[in-house]
Design a protein around this ligand. Structure first.
Ligand code: G3P
Ligand code: CA
Length: 241
């Protein structure tokens, strides 16, 4: 595979430079020339889809407590930018639907079903359908149950399975579920693994690319793409600059 074919996916936006999972981070990624944005979806207490990574708001806002303990209004009142840098004060935890509106036609979203709330995967698929995004999303999760729900409820949506480790059982389950993309943790990926999975027809997408060394190893191993917090550096590497 030509290195230029490696997909650059901004992980929670350009999250090395702006507060993760906020419009500031997603806008910055687009400004860097990235079309693929990764984000995490959870549900508020009153059933709204919100974009935040952790199960609680403590790390990435000025609030505290579980995401599922807050209403949407309560989440919206939180500052999701100042923890990262004072210049981002006023950034909000976005709703998933606001991002579907904001980036329609400008991005491909890699949507991770992060929360464990019942119905989260179906509600996320409903929002995607309602906003006419079905052609430009890839659904992902570490939770096999959520992937099964997605395959049953919205079989047209492409799915990637986020994995800590890959073994034969996982490969066989992925095939049975009709999952075309496998997403191993970057530090478990070797050229041999990529070759094997690609020969078996899977798209191989890395996550957990913690530093530039690992990023270079991923490109050399022939992965189809990776999420990365510093997409500008991956773009430069692929361009050979
Ligand atoms: O690329 C997938 C990656 O986002 C999974 O890990 O913890 O950042 O959601 P995490
Ligand atoms: Ca994620």
């Amino acid at each position: 595979m030509n290195a230029h074919d490696c997909l650059v996916i901004a992980h929670r936006g350009a999250s090395s430079y702006a507060p993760e999972n906020t419009c500031a981070a997603f806008d910055l990624a687009l400004a860097m020339g990235v079309r693929h944005l990764e984000l995490d979806v959870q549900m508020s207490r009153d059933g709204h889809l919100v974009v935040i990574h952790d199960d609680n708001v403590d790390r990435t806002s000025n609030g505290s407590g579980a995401v599922t303990a807050h209403t949407l209004a309560g989440l919206h009142a939180l500052d999701a930018g100042a923890w990262f840098d004072a210049k981002f004060a006023g950034e909000r935890i976005p709703t998933f639907e606001s991002l579907l509106d904001r980036y329609k036609g400008r991005a491909h979203l890699h949507v991770e079903i992060k929360g464990k709330t019942a119905g989260l995967a179906e509600r996320t698929a409903d929002a995607i359908r309602k906003h006419g995004w079905a052609q430009d999303v890839t659904m992902t999760s570490f939770q096999k149950s959520k992937l099964e729900e997605l395959r049953a409820y919205a079989p047209a949506l492409p799915v990637g399975w986020l994995l800590q480790n890959i073994d034969d059982a996982v490969v066989s389950e992925a095939r049975t579920l009709g999952i075309a993309q496998l997403c191993p943790r970057a530090d478990t990926i070797t050229p041999q693994l990529v070759e094997r999975l690609r020969t078996e027809g899977f798209n191989v997408r890395a996550w957990g690319v913690a530093n530039e060394d690992l990023m270079r190893r991923m490109v050399a191993s022939g992965v189809n793409g990776m999420t990365v917090n510093f997409p500008d550096k991956l773009i430069a590497l692929l361009r050979g600059t």
